[in-house]
Write a protein that binds this ligand. Structure first.
Ligand code: 0RA
Length: 644
């Protein structure tokens, strides 16, 4: 504590410099200044309220997207202290709001473990807001302070009396920082708040969008509150999958001072779905907690299977992947001083966490298997089946590896490669159908653009066993063309991207329902088998136009009905409109001009907003239930962001 006190000796000038630094280098604090960074502002504010709730002082949090696109976060916690901060000489509220890194640290007893990916605090949000207003309900009074671009406009003042307790923060992002957009996406916020409600059971979070009304004239609003936490999270994730055991297996406890929560279920799919969190942050690169989970799962199941005698007739070992086929699991730990490693700083490094989780998982599973012998048998049978399939897959996998690893193996005959060899400059278009492939081949710039035509519908990997995927010729061709090799038998999804031949992989399909279905099939493949390619930002979707509007010598393309009508009007009516039903209807020049030429095209970069949500969407889109899929495809086309 005395160390911290020393830090607070830093004067107001330093505080100012801190805020200036945030504005000068925002990406250092919030990751980026695009859509992701924008939403990060909301998470940062909400995290403070979550902390207050975790400390046991707050039950309700509301998030409102206001008409002008500002956001209000309110909670019914103790209220940020407003008294004069001894070292700083101004209100504690002002310190929290204007000093980088101040956070709630002056409350040494606070159980502060949540916190955004960067855990930078609300002052950072303030620095990046055009305007921010903080209102505190505390000690019978309403206190208020406003800021512009992080600078207080007046000292904290009392503006009235109240019985309430709590904190409201309203902020409007600064458009000079967030130059791309300051429009918040309701679904993005809803997904994160839902996730937070599962991760912190009991807390009630209400999201309201005041920008639109529904048919009945009400603002769109949702309440997120989970009684059962991770158990419900698993059910939500596996909504469209068929469970093969009675119910979700779960545990909650503390090992070696580390709070650990785990929930898991087996379903009839072949997909492995592990999601891990540290202090409410999704650690999509995994880390020590996930290793602990794997270890606990493997050792306990193996021991049980060995003792059961069910493996006696088995001629080969069970290992690795086998235990995780059809498994959906969530591991959530709270770590006081997390060390984050990895490319995106989402990999937990703290060594001590492995055994804490591994022991917790072992205990949980031993108890469950003991008490549910029927389920135990089903799980072991599933593992044996997976092991058998893996053996069948070995040959297929070796074929993929041989073909790709050996340069002499050659590229697929269908690939029209480019002449450039520096992968960072190369693009490959995955094109639906041979005829569109031919057009693309004529239209491309062969210097840096390669064309890979794909036959109609590629395999739905969501429903195929792993060895079927590796046996599939179309998919093998994709691996070979990209120069991607696959990992060990233990972990078939470990990719080797060292020999990756293109840093842009562009999925180019017709702009209709069938085309978007095919694009989704291809995306599902990348999501399940080459996720790293998406995470590295290598996967894009092309956007061919829907219409050509002509009048005499004038012609323009349109990407929507609205745009078509606007162009028609600007041409003064009497236009000829051609609707492109598919890529095949365009000639090579048109395809180049509209869809392939880097100068004019729009590529949508595929990003993963939320891993669990993406997983749910793919299992829903590609799973057995048809109706929700139709609806989704028609409403959303594809999940991707605009990128010039
Ligand atoms: C530190 C100390 C105390 C409250 C908070 C932080 C606090 C911060 C935020 C941010 C958003 N909502 C919040 N609610 C509370 C209070 C300490 C005390 O009252 O003794």
């Amino acid at each position: 504590m005395s160390e911290e006190k020393k830090n607070y000796g830093a004067d107001q000038i330093q505080a100012l410099e801190g805020m200036e630094h945030v504005r000068m280098r925002p990406s250092m604090y919030i990751g980026d200044v695009g859509v992701r960074g924008l939403h990060h502002l909301v998470y940062e504010v909400v995290d403070n309220s979550i902390d207050e709730a975790l400390a046991g002082h707050c039950d309700n949090i509301t998030v409102i997207i206001n008409e002008n696109n500002s956001v209000t976060v309110t909670d019914d916690g103790r209220g940020i202290p407003v008294g004069i901060h001894k070292k700083e000489g101004v209100s504690a509220l002002q310190v929290v709001m204007t000093k980088i890194g101040a956070g709630g640290k002056f409350d040494k007893d606070s159980y502060k473990v949540s916190g955004g990916l960067h855990g930078v605090g609300v002052s950072c949000v303030n620095a990046l807001s055009d305007h921010l207003k903080a209102t505190v309900y505390r000690d019978g009074k309403i206190w208020e302070q406003e800021y512009e671009r992080g600078k207080a406009l007046y000292p904290v003042k009392a503006v009235g009396d109240t019985e309430k307790r709590g904190t409201d923060v309203t902020f409007l992002p600064d458009t000079s920082i967030f130059t791309q957009t300051i429009v918040f996406n309701y679904d993005t916020l809803a997904n994160r708040l839902r996730e937070l409600s599962f991760l912190n059971k009991g807390i009630k979070i209400i999201l309201t969008d005041r920008r639109h009304k529904d048919e009945e004239g009400n603002f769109i609003t949702e309440t997120f509150q989970s009684e059962e936490g991770l158990k419900e999270f698993i059910r939500f994730l596996d909504d469209t999958r068929l469970p093969i055991i009675e119910d979700v297996i779960s545990m909650e406890g503390e090992k070696n001072g580390i709070p650990v929560e785990v929930a898991m279920i087996y379903n009839d799919s072949y997909a492995e779905n592990l999601h891990s969190y540290v202090n409410n942050i999704n650690t999509h690169e995994g880390g020590t907690h996930l290793s602990g989970f794997r270890r606990g799962l493997t050792t306990t199941l193996k021991k049980y299977a060995d003792n059961s005698g069910m493996l006696d007739k088995l001629k080969f070992d069970i290992a690795g992947d086998d235990f995780r086929e059809g498994l959906t699991a969530i591991v959530s730990v709270k770590v006081q001083e997390p060390q984050f490693e990895g490319q995106t700083k989402t990999k937990l490094g703290n060594r001590e966490v492995t055994s804490a989780v591994s022991q917790s998982v072992s205990q949980m599973l031993e108890d469950y298997l003991e008490e549910h012998p029927a389920d135990a048998k089903i799980i072991v049978q599933k593992v044996i089946l997976a092991a058998q399939a893996r053996h069948a897959a070995r040959k297929a996998r070796e074929m993929v590896q041989r073909k790709t690893v050996m340069s002499g193996g050659g590229l697929p005959g269908k690939l029209s490669d480019c002449s450039e060899t520096d992968p960072t400059l190369c693009e490959v278009f995955l094109v639906e159908g041979d005829s569109a492939g031919g057009t693309a081949k004529q239209g491309r710039d062969r210097e840096f653009q390669a064309i890979m035509p794909l036959r109609g519908k590629i395999l739905n990997v969501e429903k195929a066993m792993t060895h079927k995927v590796f046996e599939n010729e179309e998919i093998r061709n994709i691996y070979t063309a990209l120069g991607v090799t696959i990992g060990t038998e233990e972990d078939s999804k470990a990719l080797n991207l060292e020999k990756l031949r293109y840093h842009k992989v562009v999925i180019m399909c017709d702009a209709d329902i069938d085309g978007s279905h095919i694009a989704t099939l291809i995306l599902t493949f990348f999501f399940r088998y080459m996720r790293e390619m998406i995470e590295m930002g290598y996967i894009y979707i092309a956007t061919p136009p829907l219409y050509l509007v002509k009048k005499g010598a004038k012609k323009r393309y349109a990407w929507s009905d609205k745009e078509r009508d606007e162009i028609a009007e600007s041409f003064g009516g009497g236009v000829n409109i051609q609707r492109y039903k598919g890529l095949g209807e365009m000639n090579a020049d048109q395809l180049w001009d509209t869809t392939m030429n880097p100068e004019f095209r729009t590529l949508r970069q595929v990003t993963i907003d939320s891993l669990p949500e993406a997983d749910r969407i793919f299992s829903m889109l590609m799973g057995d239930e048809v109706p929700p899929r139709r609806e989704f495809i028609e409403k959303n086309a594809i999940y991707a962001n605009i990128d010039a």
